[in-house]
Design a protein around this ligand. Structure first.
Ligand code: GRF
Length: 198
């Protein structure tokens, strides 16, 4: 059975594009939701014929109200899973509780190092020699849930944020479709903080 996933994206949407282009994702992207009306991710969805909608963050009085609207859209679309691809809002506990171990996120560092925004700049400023990509299940804490997969990316002596981010994104675009495919196939088993690939 092919599962339905919703992709939530706030920006450029290059990871969304990698999922759209994946030849054997094993999941149907049934909806793309953005919190920002101008997000390029919405255009990518439109080009691919995927229903895309905006739940505008700025028009809600609270995170709770915003997330209630997101949850309504997810449930209305019959989404089996939620894939965050550069989604810059923190989801409420209600959304996480409705999709336990069924919300995935991709983060541009080797978590638990450098959670939060500007992870690439944080890594550079800290002087690490290796950083990378983490795909994890989302729990109630930011960039914290059980880790599904990681890829290391070396930091080169002359790297700036743009050059390092570009190499990280090459890894992201390979890794995220692999993980979503494994998720869609029911291969990811969560035991506490550990995720086993069957
Ligand atoms: C990615 O680097 C991802 O790790 C982070 O946000 C960025 C989104 O990039 N969460 P894009 O919009 O998919 O191009």
């Amino acid at each position: 059975m092919i599962i339905n996933i919703a992709v939530l994206a706030s920006g450029v949407g290059s990871n969304l594009q990698a999922l759209i282009d994946a030849p054997d994702l094993g999941a149907e992207i049934s909806m793309v939701i953005s919190d920002r009306p101008g997000a390029a991710a919405l255009d990518r969805a439109g080009t691919a014929g995927i229903p895309a909608l905006v739940v505008p963050w700025g028009e809600f009085d609270s995170r709770a109200e915003f997330c209630k609207a997101i949850l309504g859209e997810l449930e209305g679309a019959g989404a089996d899973g939620v894939v965050l691809a550069g989604f810059m809002r923190v989801l409420s506990e209600d959304v996480i509780a409705a999709y336990p171990n069924r919300v995935l996120n991709i983060h541009p560092s080797l978590l638990p190092a450098f959670p939060g925004s500007n992870a690439v700049a944080q890594a550079l400023e800290h002087g690490v020699k290796v950083t990378g990509v983490t795909v994890h299940f989302v729990d109630e804490e930011v960039d914290h849930g059980p880790i599904i997969a990681q890829r290391a990316v070396p930091v080169l002596p002359d790297d700036d944020v743009a050059s390092l981010q570009a190499r990280i994104q090459i890894e992201e675009h390979q890794l995220y479709p692999q993980v979503v495919s494994a998720f869609a196939a029911g291969r990811l088993q969560v035991e506490g903080r550990k995720v086993r690939w069957d």
